[in-house]
Design a protein around this ligand. Structure first.
Ligand SMILES: NC(=O)c1ccc[n+]([C@@H]2O[C@H](COP(=O)([O-])OP(=O)(O)OC[C@H]3O[C@@H](n4cnc5c(N)ncnc54)[C@H](OP(=O)(O)O)[C@@H]3O)[C@@H](O)[C@H]2O)c1
Length: 371
């Protein structure tokens, strides 16, 4: 479709924290992708952020015109979750490829609509699971899948931070809250480490005294998988930062931390324990946003179907929706047995060098996540 020197031209939709801090600098590390446009509702970003990257700014009212302009090949959608559908579907319908931030949408129905639009269109859709291209994560998944840790029996994880109520995450109900936002990481990790889909879900949530979130800000989730495997994760918007997971098989256990975050100084690491002793595995920080963009553009340029496709996003979404139902009813929610057709492959790991990230003070018009 394209010559070998072609670069995929991206428009960033939503100039929020993740776009400014990570995606926009990260694209500069790729050799097959370039930023050409910013879609924003903030005049200051349209002026200063767009001119910093020497790209054109468009308003949300001009979105359809941008999609038809011939000036872009792909969009990176990084709006709050409740707007993913609104920007992903028209792009796919216009034949524009979509790199869509996680979680895929804010309901299973919306995710199904996005997937249907992708299937109807010739355009490609990838959910921005940056860890699917991070070497340490890919190694843990590959080793778990090959049986090196024995028969995997259990997984447990914590992922937490102290979120400001003023951030869009802080007041948009369950789908802006910690389970879809942060729980997606342990959920996606365990689905890939087990290579299976959960068959039942139970969740318990609490609201921290003194905080004004309009949802449970701390949630513990228990999942049952086929072959009597079990998993648990706890996520919170109301504590000090924490991130780790433990995976235990019949031959070895691993403790991974850091395991979900990104940044120029964050390298994924895990300790493996067997009867013989323990061994540390540490990985150099990589440009996680550049890596996923490099991979997605490569899929577009070579007409390959991305691994973290709409089905992968939807399989997380149906579990997130089951957690919501369990929080509402207090009941265990049963999920129909399912099997994913694709899995993370070792050659998905990429090693672009981390780009420099702007500090919070250098970013324009953001409401920082952290309280
Ligand atoms: N992959 C990762 O590691 C990672 C990390 C963090 C977040 N994310 C995902 O990325 C997405 C954005 O997160 P973020 O932290 O960047 O959020 P954010 O700072 O709140 O930014 C979202 C941006 O969306 C735009 N927007 C358009 N309509 C809006 C509305 N009605 N209300 C609020 N914002 C609106 C705004 O940009 P303009 O002012 O330019 O219009 C806003 O700055 C979420 O889906 C999140 O889950 C992914």
């Amino acid at each position: 479709m394209f010559g070998t020197s072609k670069k995929i031209r991206y428009a960033v939709v939503g100039g929020g924290q993740i776009s400014q801090q990570a995606f926009m600098p990260g694209v500069g590390r790729t050799d097959n992708s370039e930023l050409v446009a910013l879609v924003t509702g903030d005049p200051k970003k349209a002026d200063k952020l767009a001119s910093h990257y020497k790209i054109k700014a468009w308003s949300y009212d001009q979105y359809d015109a941008l999609l038809k302009s011939g000036e872009i090949d792909a969009v990176y959608v990084a709006t709050p979750n409740f707007l993913h559908l609104q920007y992903a579907v028209p792009a796919l319908e216009a034949g524009i490829h979509v790199l869509l931030e996680k979680p895929m949408a804010s309901s299973v129905q919306e995710a199904e609509q996005i997937l249907a639009a992708q299937k109807k269109s010739g355009a490609k859709l990838m959910i921005a699971y940056r860890l699917h291209h991070e070497p340490g994560t890919v190694e843990m998944v590959t080793r778990a899948q090959s049986g090196e840790f024995g028969d995997i029996r259990m997984f447990s994880s914590v992922f937490a931070q102290n979120v400001a109520e003023a951030n869009s995450r802080g007041h948009n109900g369950y789908w802006g809250g910690p389970v879809p936002d942060m729980g997606t990481y342990p959920l996606n990790a365990v689905r890939n480490l087990f290579g299976q889909e959960p068959i039942s879900v139970h969740a318990v949530g609490t609201k921290t005294a003194g905080r004004t979130f309009n949802f449970d800000d701390t949630v513990a989730v228990t999942l049952r998988f086929p072959q009597d495997r079990v998993a648990q994760f706890t996520v919170s918007y109301a504590t000090a930062p924490a991130e780790s997971f433990d995976l235990t098989g019949t031959k070895a256990s691993i403790h991974a931390s850091p395991c979900f975050m990104f940044g120029p100084k964050i390298g994924i690491a895990y300790v493996e324990k067997t009867a013989e002793g323990s061994k540390e595995h540490s990985f150099a920080p990589v440009e996680q946003f550049g890596n996923e963009t490099q991979y997605f553009s490569d899929c577009i340029l070579n007409d390959r179907h991305p691994e973290a496709d709409g089905e992968e996003g939807l399989f997380d979404m149906r579990v997130l929706a089951a957690v919501e139902r369990s929080l509402e009813t207090g009941e265990v929610v049963t999920l129909a047995p399912a099997q994913r057709s694709r899995h993370i492959q070792p050659d998905q790991a990429l090693k672009l060098k981390p780009a420099k990230q702007p500090s919070e003070d250098e970013m324009i018009g953001i409401i920082p996540q952290s309280a």
